[in-house]
Design a protein around this ligand. Sequence first.
Ligand code: CTP
Length: 382
Amino acid sequence: MARILVGVSGGIAAYKACELVRLFVKAGHEVVPVLTPAAEGFISYQTLNALARRSGGAGPYPHLEHADLFVIAPATANTLAKLAGGIADNLVTESALAHSGPLVLAPAMNARMWANPATQENMRVLRERGARTVGPEEGELGEGGSGVGRMSEPEAIFACCQELLAAFDSLAGTRILISAGGTREPLDSVRFLGNRSSGRMGVALAAEAARRGAEVTLVAANLSVPAPGGIELVEVASAAALADAVLGAEADVIVMSAAVADYTPAAPESGKRHKTDENWTLELEPTTDVLRELGRRRHKGQLLVGFAADEGDAGLERAREKLREKKVDLIVFNDISQPGIGFDADENAAVLISKAGEVVLSKAPKSKIAAGILDEIERLRR
Ligand code: CTP
């Protein structure tokens, strides 16, 4: 049984929150309903508390006590904007700011409000911080007409919450090291050779692993997104520093999602190189292949996960080969020839390759892909 906060913001779909509360109660969970003032125009505390079988008697701040999961259904454009901005001006937004576990959002609004770049940007920010979203769906809208903006049905929201609760603490006691971002190889004191990795995938993995109760160390190379809370953060810049941090650590699971430079300038200059009319020829030397080294040194019971960013079917074949050749347990293949996924994108798609077979994760926000990868890691550890 879990303690679930059900937040309701002010939209016509608020009536569907009744059914959601009923499903949670039927599944044996404790439900604490919280409403925004606008939601109270659509539905009453009395109704939701009765469905939640709450007779009062709780402390003065039941919404600020620990909850295993917080779901906001419906989440209006206004509430999403407040959540993205960290505003706490009512019980729902206050609860969200105080809550540290999984957050599920079921947006509901007019189709044009949903399509607005401001709403889309807020959704991107919230997903990046680890929120799971359900819907909205395409269909008939409350104000008439149709479009994308209709809240998902309570059953779908309930299923998403149950999935997150099942994963709850499933990695307790497991030490996971995740490398993320892209390394920078110095050419001189101001220039470097880098790559386009933002670190989003690794950050999503770290957030999801922490949510599942793992002890997470994030070896972060030049992230362009903030690291999640509740983890140990080790910041590195170059491939050599990343190798030191990863190879010197103790972990049950190591996930190499960082884009580590394969080559580094052989003789970086210590000061700033000044311009001349001559060509500048660089000599690059190979770096340590950290994943391969981990495969060599692995201790019994340790699980190793590598990433392969490559193109098309030939790339998939090379990724399969990498599994054997680098002696790892799982390779996450991203097809970088597909538009809108992979490097520096909010979404990803992957093929998870292990000796046990292959699992295809179709295009989804990186938080969802992270959950799929960790499900597979848990399966392989069993
Ligand atoms: N990796 C590593 N150390 C390196 C380079 C890469 O640990 N110096 C890891 C990456 O973190 C990733 C995997 O190895 O998990 C990628 O393997 P790699 O052989 O570098 O493949 P790609 O760069 O995808 O492809 P290519 O073979 O073309 O280099």
